[in-house]
Design a binder for this molecule. Structure first.
Ligand code: SAH
Ligand code: SF4
Ligand code: F3S
Length: 437
């Protein structure tokens, strides 16, 4: 008996797929890459942009033929896409061969849904966000050793006007600090070397407890645990990323000097229309403080172009912010209207303009990324080896503390080890070097 999970979207989804894999393995299923061999296929979906949704729908559609040959194949569609209002019914109508539909907060029902399906019952179960529990313990089949993802909170309260996430993930719910710390200890005792804390907006961790526990409390608790490991987190929101977070990052050796701080736009006018609750000056002042307190920090971001009302001047402000900050890398997106969000009802920018802007932005950021990467050449840096690099035979790869990918000659038994690497070259996606003895 085999399963295959197809994951789309963010790290949150990657980790939730590890939880569903845990459930399926407990039920006796083994992983397979081959869809024709799989008895259960799960689509863990994303709806943050239209192109993500369309790709997923295309991939579900392809399975129609497979399902005609194999009536006992179980197809489950779960996650963010199903959680949009009316989406579950639409999916069932468009793809009547789907057996199971679950929402973002009841993935733990996967087992009972599969058991029910084998007895002939189809399942659709989408919870309302008021019923979303914070902690339903699910077994986890981790797939990213030496890194372990750990949820610290679920949901989002920010309602950026372009974003569907608060509608499909519900309100912010923080996990108890003792539970998070216990998970971290457990992963460290199993040999994991890097912990990445996950939340849509990690800096507001604990605000729902109202007992003074906050993200800094959590980081400090974890950073003082014994043993050599790296601590990372994502994502941060500039409105909540304050000096106390920067200070704890700067003072604890094991918290990586790597910040992912989505800016979205360089124009204060657009930031206001996006309901981001910071302006260009505030963002730049945070960057200044980060750089002053952590000189070798790597800063990455998310940027969106083509938000309704974005003029040529607004776009120029985004380019100038990118030039000023010099992000080591950026995820760059074309704004995509999402049904039910305020921005979808605003007057939209023509497709051709969006295309021109994204091309310019990507070219600028790529040039900066290359320049920053070139400055690493000749340096000796600590790298945690994470995987083989499939593009170059006989090599393994990992990241520097600041988040740069580094490839070195070596065998898979190095995975999970910290090594010192002398950087010799910079090619498109990775730095290259040799391990120093
Ligand atoms: N909670 C995180 C990540 C949210 S989704 C955060 O706030 O940073 C990841 C990124 O997708 C966002 O940062 C944003 O740049 C992009 N995004 C969200 N909604 C979008 C939309 N409607 N169109 C295009 N990009 C979008
Ligand atoms: Fe979406 Fe904004 Fe929440 Fe991030 S902070 S998930 S962009 S609403
Ligand atoms: Fe997508 Fe849901 Fe993540 S919409 S970006 S998978 S929270």
């Amino acid at each position: 008996m085999y399963y295959k999970i197809k994951t789309y979207g963010c790290q949150m989804n990657l980790h939730e797929s590890e939880k569903m894999a845990g459930v399926l393995e407990k039920m006796g299923y083994s992983p397979t890459e081959d869809e024709t061999q799989a008895n259960v296929i799960v689509f863990n979906t994303c709806c943050v942009r239209d192109n993500a949704e369309r790709r997923i729908q295309g991939n579900i559609g392809i399975l129609k033929q497979e399902k005609l040959h194999r009536k006992d194949l179980i197809i489950a569609v779960v996650g963010c896409m199903t959680q949009q209002s009316g989406a579950a019914e639409l999916l069932k109508k468009k793809f009547p061969f789907i057996d199971i539909v679950l929402g973002t907060a009841n993935l733990d029902q996967l087992e009972s849904a599969i058991v029910a399906r084998t007895k002939g019952k189809k399942t659709v179960s989408i919870p309302q966000d008021s019923t979303m529990d914070v902690d339903k313990t699910m077994p986890i089949a981790r797939t990213s050793y030496p890194n372990a993802w750990i949820n610290i909170m679920y949901g989002c309260n920010n309602f950026c006007t372009y974003c569907i996430v608060p509608y499909v993930r519900g309100r912010e719910r923080s996990r108890a600090i003792a539970d998070v710390v216990a998970d971290v200890k457990n992963c460290l005792s199993q040999g994991y070397k890097e912990i990445t804390l996950l939340g849509q907006n990690v800096d507001s961790y604990g605000s729902d407890f109202q007992d003074g526990t906050d993200f800094v409390t959590l980081l400090s608790e974890i950073a003082k645990l014994e043993g050599k490991f790296r601590l990372r987190f994502m994502s941060s929101h500039p409105k909540d990323f304050d000096s106390s977070v920067i200070d704890v990052m700067a003072s604890c050796d094991n918290i990586c000097n790597n910040v992912h701080l989505p800016v979205q736009s360089g124009s204060s006018k657009i930031l206001k229309a996006m309901n981001r609750r910071y302006d260009r000056e505030k963002y730049l002042s945070i960057i200044k403080e980060i750089r002053a307190k952590m000189p070798s920090v790597g800063i990455t971001t998310d940027i969106m172009i083509g938000f309704p009302g974005e003029t040529e001047e607004d776009f120029e402000e985004t380019l100038s912010l990118v030039r000023e900050v010099r992000f080591s890398n950026a995820f760059m997106f074309v704004y995509s209207p999402r049904k039910g969000t305020p921005a979808a009802k605003m007057e939209q920018i023509p497709q051709a303009v969006k295309k021109e802007r994204i091309t310019k932005l990507v070219a600028l950021q790529n040039a900066i990324t290359k320049e920053i990467s070139d400055t690493y050449i000749g340096k000796v840096l600590e790298v945690l080896i994470e995987d083989v690099n499939p593009k170059h035979e006989g090599t393994v790869c990992g990241r520097t503390e600041s988040g740069r990918l580094v490839t070195v000659p070596g065998s898979p038994d190095l995975i999970g080890q910290f090594v010192k690497v002398k950087i010799a070259a910079n090619q498109s996606a990775s730095l290259f070097g040799e391990i120093e003895e």
